[in-house]
Write a protein that binds this ligand. Structure first.
Ligand code: 6GU
Length: 260
């Protein structure tokens, strides 16, 4: 997968050299380009923002540097176009093959594990990190008319800019790309993958500060262990995130816990 990021703080993304995603870059599974928006300004002060039309607090990011930066990544003509004739010719029609342009925004669709999975199948993601009160709306409108564009929010709270949100999205998406996480089985039993929160985990020692590991986990009875873990997932999800519990995911009525 190719990932491009446009930002006024390219250093934010230095940490993508580290850990699993850093390895994925070294091995070529992920190709990353971080672009400084200020490199696409043409005035002496490299300004990227200006006062809002209609008044109000804060500053708005100017459209020209964004257009310049995004054209240089997407190609002048449009951005998200196929060349095989399957999708579009000159009309700038949306289709499924070109890059997806993602603007992190508290006004966007909420990011989720399902969205991360969907995006992990893409060949090219382009993230545009806004700061201040946002980017001139015409930037979104322009690229929406030429390809796939999404506004994506991390959740119902406000960040100072899109950088931290994009970092979270890239981590969630990147680890779903085959080969990035060493043991793909570890992806299966995680929170949100099956619509439930994950079960609690334990390691040695069997007793620590008077707290014992649940005996079933030491029993060697694999059936009992998976029943217990499923039950823990359900109990935890009902307690912490009742909004996630959907009846069809609950175990059959005859399933019951076999421990303590
Ligand atoms: Cl994606 N951006 C900003 N600036 N704030 C947010 C967000 C994104 N998601 C939640 N809050």
């Amino acid at each position: 997968m190719r990932i491009d990021i446009v930002t006024i703080f390219p250093e934010f993304f230095d940490v993508l050299d580290l850990s699993l995603l850093g390895k994925a870059r070294q091995s070529g599974l992920i190709e990353l380009g971080v672009h400084n928006l200020r490199d696409h300004t043409h005035d002496r002060h490299h300004s990227v923002d200006d006062t809002p039309y209609g008044g109000g607090a804060g500053m708005v990011m100017k459209p020209e540097p964004w257009g310049d930066a995004l054209d240089s990544i997407l190609g002048d003509g449009a951005g998200a176009r196929t060349t095989d004739g399957a999708g579009t010719t000159d009309g700038g029609v949306t289709h499924e093959d070109g890059p997806i342009l993602i603007f992190p925004s508290p006004a966007g669709d909420q990011f989720s594990q399902a969205m991360a999975r969907e995006l992990s199948l893409e060949k090219h993601l382009v993230f545009g990190c806004g700061r201040y009160e946002g980017i001139d709306q015409r930037v979104v409108d322009h690229y929406e008319a030429r390809g796939r564009v999404r506004l994506v929010s991390l959740g119902d709270y406000v960040l100072n800019g899109g950088e931290v949100a994009v970092m979270a999205m890239i981590e969630a998406i990147g680890r779903l790309i085959p080969g990035v996480v060493g043991n793909p089985e570890s992806l299966v039993e995680e929170s949100h993958e099956d619509g439930l929160l994950e079960y609690p985990s334990y390691t040695k020692p069997a007793s620590w500060r008077g707290l014992d590991v649940p005996p079933v986990l030491l029993s060697g009875n694999h059936g009992a262990i998976s029943t217990w873990r499923r039950q823990q997932q359900i109990e935890r999800t009902e307690r912490v995130r009742p909004d996630l519990v959907t009846p069809h995911l609950l175990p059959p009525a005859n399933a019951k816990t076999t421990t303590s």
